[in-house]
Ligand binder design. Structure first.
Ligand code: ATP
Ligand code: MG
Length: 879
């Protein structure tokens, strides 16, 4: 049975048992910014398990693409892959242990025909219920092994959430592999291979780790496709199954080594094959190499593969070739591989080339470091050394650790972390961060610290009455600030939005009884206090006085239009380019906005046009924009998008565009927005481009900005139409014909000038003089560009056969020179470059070139004739 058949059989089997088959979700988990990569089938169903979402059916089945970072180091062995496919059946409060166990057994025995004698079962220590069900279907008691919490209890890693015991099915490769009398499925000796895990989530674990029974119990199972294929194909490892053989063969071809000859090179080949496969899938789903998060995981395995490729004698990039094999082998199951083939190969190529540049030097440094470490008492590679390899040569620290371990050395990873922290410190120092101390003096901040926090009322209002709590001038707290002074103001409440999440700060005025402050910037001081930065433009403002804080409202509305438009754009991008597109940053200003996102290929013109249409359609539908505060976990469970790596508080503000049935976008966002999308008016993209590897930026305008842009463009078009004397609609064709005309006129002019220069050249020949037997011609000609001058020089040289030619011509009010010396005279020591240099210098300019040809430019036209007279003299000197 092939891997493909196994996958299909599994899904059909559970479909027949009433399960709805759900396609694999992306390796980038949707709506769970805390999770790096999808690591199990249940990841996409998590909200159903926690009760925060409603499943399309209480019984689900899937074949899920998974990636496990924790298993990177084990790849090359026979148990672990980084990327693998997990088959799974799920019950959301529907069937429980009895059915899960019976069906698993039926599938394994009846459909896969695995002999019963080859199978062992593990259960959780006190799970007698499961024990009973396994016995009921005919498993003998000695084949059921009870295991502890570590192996057979599945729970949220130290967190709160659903949890429960599990039961696993293991395959026995035979007693000959046994590690001793205590050998059992729970030991890692290699005799047993776990193929299927059935998890029974029946408890809820609270913060105190107390477990209470869930009202609705769930089933979550995971069967490794590759492991199971290994077993049913009678093989010992993944790499001998049909899922891998072609990929391994390709590696073998590339390296010119046979698989199965030498354990060391075999292992390296397995790593290259496995990582090549994983890399193709990760990039397909939108992961881009970087030094953080998912991108770092990708970088790590890509570099690990490159390194092992080196040990196999591959000295140039090769992973793209492995990926091609993966795409052609698996593209029919995962069409996204085929769809994204070009960008995938491009990303691999770039990243591999980048590492390749430093790989050799890095490797020799590593070897040197390892040699030194061997002589040390502690046999340890220092944090600094690991850091240097990482920082200068791009060696992931895990890779250095692995190489070190191979040579029985250890590594100081804490020391490495300390170096990394130091580097971050340096980066921070180089970056100007707004801290309360940098806005307010220590003293001022000390005094203001009594203020707990500023109440922000700006979501609802753009003006409010407030009390002045702090005034700081020149870093010192003051009782008053008067006209002309720069001031920082703290109020008890404010409608002013302080710069955050890419949205720029509001501007406006703070008006007191006896004075007025123009606010030009607003910042968060310590995450609690809002500081208004501005200038007293009238009278004076006093501590304790009641003032009116008034935001520049039209400007605020412009910003809100742009901010809501970024959400619509984000949704449209995902719709058109794929859901792996993620926001990477944004700037929301009143006159325009920009939106940065991860995407590894240029966005096509048609795609861009489609994105723009979708956004404008969203505007015309005039959808409601609702803002709501809720616990972060609830927001994410309900599908709100949040930025990966961003720290959020327990309670977050969410912004939803559209109603229950017309929802277009749902994001965690603290910005200010319009109330209905129609308020945005119109959306126009003004630019799209790359801002670094795998990152793109779209710039756009809305509302008044868009109106102004279109007005300006229209006006320009009208002007051009007027100049061209055609209606605006005909500008394009008129312009094309005009350019064509211009082009043929230009060609005609060149031909004419050539003809002319040929005739002139002939007439100039009469001015040749003889200097010590050498023909010298130094004259000025009336041509208008260097090309023509050259052409004239060529004609003259041909006519002369042997000689020195210096031609001068004036254009743009400056003299220009061309010098030529025939080869026979170059042999006698004459040099066109030298001659033209001196001649040009004589007119206040400069020049130079090769012995046969030189050119120069002068400054003073009046000195031109004088300069040409120099030529005969210069020639005479050399002969
Ligand atoms: P192990 O202890 O062998 O690492 P696990 O307990 O981590 O396995 P589960 O989390 O229960 O495995 O995952 C369910 C199934 O997925 C396993 O029974 C196995 O068939 C498969 N699986 C898990 N990790 C891997 C991996 N790294 N490579 C291939 N298959 C895997
Ligand atoms: Mg594991």
């Amino acid at each position: 049975m092939t891997g493909d058949e196994l996958r299909e059989k599994y899904l059909i089997f559970f479909e027949q048992k009433g399960h709805k088959v759900i396609p694999s979700s992306s390796l980038i988990p949707h709506g769970d910014p805390t999770l790096l990569l999808t690591s199990a089938g249940m990841v996409q169903f998590k909200p159903y398990f926690t009760g925060e979402g409603v499943p399309p059916s209480p019984r689900l089945a899937s074949c899920q693409k998974c990636f496990r970072t924790t298993d990177i180091g084990s790849v090359g062995n026979f148990k672990h892959l980084t990327f693998f496919e997990m088959l799974g059946n799920f019950s959301i409060g529907d069937y429980f242990k009895k059915e899960a166990i019976a069906w698993a057994w039926e599938f394994v025995l009846d459909r896969l025909k695995i002999p019963k004698e080859k199978l062992w079962i593990t259960i959780f220590l006190d799970d007698d219920e499961s024990f009973g069900y396994w016995r009921e279907i005919g498993v003998s008691a000695e084949r059921i092994v009870r295991c502890g919490e570590k192996d057979n209890f599945w729970g949220p890693a130290g967190e709160t959430g659903p949890c429960g015991p599990c039961s696993e099915i293991h395959y026995d490769f035979g007693e000959q592999l046994s590690c001793g009398p205590d050998c059992s499925p729970s030991c890692g000796c290699g005799r047993f291979l776990e193929i299927w895990n059935l998890v029974f989530t029946e408890y809820y674990q609270d913060a105190q780790k107390k477990r209470t029974p869930l009202p609705k119990k769930n089933i979550d199972t995971g069967m490794g496709l590759e492991r199971t294929a290994t077993v049913i194909q009678g093989k010992r490892s993944f790499y001998d199954t049909d899922l891998f053989t072609l990929i391994v063969q390709r590696v073998s071809q590339l390296t010119g080594r046979k698989y199965g000859e030498n354990e060391k090179t075999d292992k390296a080949m397995r790593i290259v094959a496995e990582h090549g496969r994983a890399v193709a899938f990760l990039i397909t789903d939108g992961v881009i190499p970087s030094n953080e998060g998912r991108g770092y995981v990708l970088r790590r395995i890509l570099r690990r593969a490159a390194l092992f490729g080196r040990t196999l004698g591959l000295n140039k990039p090769f992973l793209g070739e492995v990926a091609k094999e993966v795409i052609s082998k698996m593209g029919h199951v995962y069409p996204e591989l085929v769809k994204r083939r070009d960008p995938v190969l491009k990303v691999i190529g770039t990243e591999e080339a980048r590492f390749d540049e430093t790989l050799s030097t890095g490797l020799s440094l590593l070897n040197q470091i390892m040699e030194q470490a061997k002589d040390r008492a502690n046999k340890k590679i220092s944090g600094e050394e690991i850091f240097k390899l990482y920082d200068t040569y791009g060696f992931p620290s895990e890779l250095t650790a692995e190489m070190a371990a191979d040579s029985d050395l250890s590594v100081d990873l804490d020391g490495f972390e300390a170096e990394m922290e130091r580097q971050r410190e340096r980066a921070r120092a180089a970056h100007k961060f707004i801290s309360p101390e940098s806005i307010l003096s220590q003293e001022a901040f000390g005094k203001l610290k009594v203020i707990k926090s500023t109440e922000f009322v700006g979501y609802k209002r753009t003006r409010c009455k407030a009390k002045v709590l702090g005034l700081v001038v020149d870093g010192k707290p003051q009782e008053a600030a008067s006209e002309g002074e720069q001031v920082e103001v703290v109020l008890d409440s404010t409608p002013f939005y302080a710069e955050m999440g890419g949205q720029v700060a509001d501007t406006g005025e703070i008006i007191g009884k006896q004075g007025k402050i123009a606010v030009s910037d607003v910042v968060w001081a310590n995450g609690e206090i809002i500081v208004h930065i501005g200038k007293v433009v009238e009278g004076a403002v006093f501590i304790g006085e009641r003032v009116s804080a008034e935001v520049d409202r039209p400007r605020r509305l412009d910003i809100a239009r742009n901010h809501t438009a970024t959400h619509l754009l984000h949704a449209a991008l995902r719709q058109v380019l794929g859901s792996h597109v993620h926001q990477a940053g944004s700037l929301v200003a009143p006159d325009r906005f920009r939106f940065d996102f991860t995407f590894e290929a240029p966005v096509l013109k048609e795609e861009l046009a489609q994105i723009q249409r979708i956004v404008n359609e969203g505007i015309r539908r005039n959808l409601p924009v609702t803002k709501k505060e809720m616990p972060y976990t609830q927001a994410v469970a309900e599908g709100a998008m949040a930025l990966f790596g961003e720290k959020y508080g327990d309670v977050v503000r969410t912004v939803k565009v559209g109603g229950a049935r017309s929802m277009v976008s749902f994001e965690v966002c603290g910005g200010t927005h319009v109330d209905r999308t129609g308020d945005i008016g119109f959306f126009q993209i003004v630019g799209e481009g790359s801002i670094g590897s795998g990152m793109r930026r779209i710039e756009a305008v809305t509302g008044r900005g868009a109106e102004k842009l279109i007005e300006d463009r229209f006006f320009t078009l009208e002007k051009i139409a007027h100049e061209l004397q055609v209606p605006a609609a005909n500008v394009e064709s008129k312009l094309a014909s005009t350019l064509e005309e211009l082009d043929s006129e230009r060609k005609r002019a060149i031909a004419l000038e050539r003809q002319l220069s040929k005739e002139t050249a002939e007439s100039l020949l009469s001015q040749v003089e003889s200097v010590r037997g050498v023909s010298v011609l130094a004259v000025s000609a009336s041509v208008s560009n260097m090309d023509a001058l050259r052409h004239m020089g060529d004609v003259l040289r041909e006519k002369l056969g042997s000689g020195v030619i210096v031609l001068a011509a004036v254009w743009d009010d400056k003299p220009n020179f061309l010098a030529m010396v025939t080869p026979d005279l170059v042999a006698k020591g004459l040099n066109a470059g030298d001659i033209v240099k001196k001649v040009a210098q004589a007119t206040g300019g400069s020049g130079g070139g090769r012995p046969q040809l030189g050119q120069g430019g002068g400054k003073d036209v009046d000195k031109l004739e004088q300069a040409l007279k120099l030529v005969a003299q210069l020639v005479a000197e050399k002969l």
